[in-house]
Design a protein around this ligand. Sequence first.
Ligand code: GLU
Length: 423
Amino acid sequence: MSSLELKPAIEADEWRTAQSQFDEAAELIKLEPWLRDVLREVQREFTCHFPVNLDNGHTRVFTGYRVQHNIHRGPAKGGIRYHPDVSLDEVKALAMWMTWKCAVVNIPYGGAKGGVIVDPRTLSPNELEHLTRRFATEISILVGPDRDIPAPDVGTNAQVMAWFMDTLSMHRGYSVTASVTGKPVEVGGSLGRADATGRGVMICTVAALETMGLKPFNQRVVVQGFGNVGSVSARLLEEAGCQVVAVSEDYGGIYNPLGLPVKKLLEYRAREGTLKGFPGAELVSNEDLLRIECDVLVPAALENQINSLNAGYLQCKLIVEGANGPTTPEADEILRKRGIVLVPDILANAGGVTVSYFEWVQDLQSFFWSEHEINARLESIMKRAFHEVLAIRDEKKVDLRMAAYLLAVNRVAIATADRGIYP
Ligand code: GLU
């Protein structure tokens, strides 16, 4: 294997990425050593192995995790991921990123994440429900509306959250809707939650373009990933005036330099179960998709997609990270040198957890807001966070990722220091 091929293997370690991003920020703000030691680790990591009865009569044992990185600014908050590549180190990184994300948008939460090693597409609805109810039971010793509040992530959705909430509620003997967010609206979910992450991506994209002296009109956008985050980002960016030229799913993507009609793509995918074969578009590989000439690239799939092997070849002006951790530190360095502006995950995709916060507040009060009110509050929080990060970038002469880290790590460090050490 050549050294080039080895590089991404090292880069593909999310926990290393998360810790090195934190270390850089801690160094810049001259964080006291004890605070560095506390914040560069997770507070709690929980692993469970649990059996699920499959439809074919066999029993399979699954492995799951729940990690709480920090709870000094409020209850732990973060999604649950179902994916075959889930690992404890990945969940630790995702939990740490949740802490910074909640701090960037200044909502009163700490950071957590959970995951189960499973490909949910291989399970029947019945098996998925049983796996979810058993995993919810396993982590019920950690979660609750005032302690740790799960939400959807890659491979989970509103239905999974409904089962999760129902299971936790059954154990208590009454409904505890605020124990989980991202639920269906009928069982205490919030209007606007399903679109919230993509809406935040759109708001950050428009705000970033503005700082570059550009308007959204006719900006060519490539979106990697067409799940909840990618598809909503594409739809709302199109509504904002951009031209979406390529989108992808796990096997690769489709491309039309003259633009793809996003609403028609969504209808086609709902009907056919794939984007393959969409009329008038050519197929591109995942690697080629990232190299398409465009103005805005939205990575909205998984981690480590932009790494030292491809960062030199991207042909965009702006990257807005819909996914968590899509860019490795090595790629960040290359992009910085190339002058490509990057809005980091902990800011760009914070719209989801922000509306999760609204959902939790609404559930606790049993008082629900209109979609207009939710979207307006989301927009004001996202814009405020964006401009706070921008001001730090200009003052400290760092990139937007480091500026977001400086804002977040500082907020969390103050809370951790104020609270002191028990006992
Ligand atoms: N999984 C989403 C994220 O990574 C949402 C988390 C939440 O709403 O708690 O931000």
